[in-house]
Design a protein. Sequence first.
Length: 249
Amino acid sequence: MHAVQIPGVVSQIQDWIRSDVKGRYIAVTSMHGIAESRTDSDFRCGLDAADLVVPDGMPLVWLARCHGYPLKRRVYGPELMETFCRETKAAYRHFFYGGGPGTAQRLADSLHQRYGIVVAGTCSPPFRASTEEERQELASYVERVSPDVLWVGLSTPKQEKWMHQNRNQLSVHVMLGVGAAFDFNSGRTRQAPAWMREHGLEWLFRLSTEPKRLWRRYLVSIPKVAGLVFLELVGLLPRLKRPLLPDNS
């Protein structure tokens, strides 16, 4: 994890776009992502190769504070998307890849209406793995419309693996894996109340609304990794540090 906050991430994205280097990507990761990385080596490689890994979860903010990083808030994917679009408006070209049928276009239309962003293109891929022909078609499409930012909403760990595999094939400055932000910011799915999101209780809201899909994540996978966090805190597991960004505001 990088010890960053949303203003610093927005500033870093802008710096990367100005540098005109292609192929960078940001993983927006919660405790669920940490849990998945323990058993999925491809996903772990995707996190390790990311140019920025941000803490999308209050437990990670609390853990950062335990290690001396004074983070105030989580880097919440839907809020990061909204903030970047609101602050940069029409300065950049956006591409939206992911979500169910029609979700990417609804999201693009909503953000364009609210913030005046420039929408370069959208794509809602099938839930199966893409064929080589489909991958080539997407690469050609992205190169033709020339976006600066590509938002990916495939859910964890699929989106991180996808960005890692496609970072050198897609002509775009920055990709961000923001998962459920596609559903939340398009209005397709209801978010947890702000007070729950800010106090580490979003999991309870999501579990109550989607128990069949999420029970294993919140009742099995995350408690396991919480035990590993405890072992790290008491010094029985090594801690790997990522560098801080120059601007951590």
